[in-house]
Design a protein around this ligand. Structure first.
Ligand code: SF4
Length: 229
């Protein structure tokens, strides 16, 4: 495979031709935070937490393929603050109470906030009155925590290849919803896949709670942003 050279914050980096910028940066020891992006999956480009600059223009790194000679700005003070502001906006838009969340320690939003040293949001909390959807036989949708990343709607399929999650409504009223006929047929493995695909604690499983003690979970042991985790 053809190798190309590009630059991040003055460091000469190598990548395979056609490689995604987030993945290529990671291989070169540079962490670009993401919430919607998953390696080896279609790029969603929804959260913008991976915002970087090329030629002075802000772009979502997960939407970019590295090019020969590309010059990328990732960790300037301005970009670090801008990405942190995006994460803070996610916190104030929803209702995220980490100590009582089943996903604490496995939550990517929480882990990214820690990596950015976020203490408290600079914006006013909206405290929007979201509901919790208990209509599914096996899945609970906790709308307070959904960041509308589209992982579940775009990347999750049941064993027959059908989508189970979709969005309803528009704008601030947008909510994830379930195909109830397909949801009740999901296997244990598929349910776990859906739960783990969600970067926050918005997809929960009925009867599944705090089986793994807090303090022993994924990001408790390996904080996000340390390349190699
Ligand atoms: S439920 Fe989870 S995976 Fe689905 S859009 Fe919301 S945050 Fe993303």
């Amino acid at each position: 495979m053809k190798q190309i050279s590009f630059e991040i914050d003055g460091k000469i980096c190598k990548a395979n031709e056609g490689e995604n910028l987030v993945t290529a940066a990671k291989k070169n020891g540079i962490y670009i935070p993401v919430l919607c992006y998953l390696e080896k999956h279609e790029c969603l480009g929804t959260c913008r937490v991976c915002t970087i600059k090329i030629d002075g223009r802000s772009m979502a790194a997960c939407t970019l393929i590295v090019q020969e000679g590309m010059v990328v700005e990732v960790n300037s003070a301005e970009l670090q603050d801008l990405r942190k502001a995006i994460v803070e906006l996610l916190f104030v838009e929803g209702n995220h109470f980490c100590p009582s969340c089943e996903k604490s320690g496995n939550c990517q939003l929480q882990a990214v906030a820690y990596a950015m040293d976020m203490r408290v949001a600079r914006f006013h909390y909206r405290f929007s009155p979201y509901s919790i959807n208990y209509k599914g036989e096996k899945i609970i949708l906790e709308h307070n925590r959904c960041i509308h990343c589209k992982r579940c709607t775009n990347l999750f399929h049941d064993d027959e290849g059908y989508k189970v999650f979709s969005f309803v409504n528009r704008g601030a009223k947008t909510r994830v919803t379930l195909d109830l006929k397909r949801e009740k047929l999901l296997s244990k493995a598929k349910l776990e896949e859906a739960k783990n695909l969600c970067p926050v604690g918005a997809i929960l499983l009925q009867g599944d709670g705090f089986e793994q003690p807090i303090g022993t979970r994924q990001y408790d042991k390996n904080p996000i942003g340390i390349i190699g985790d």
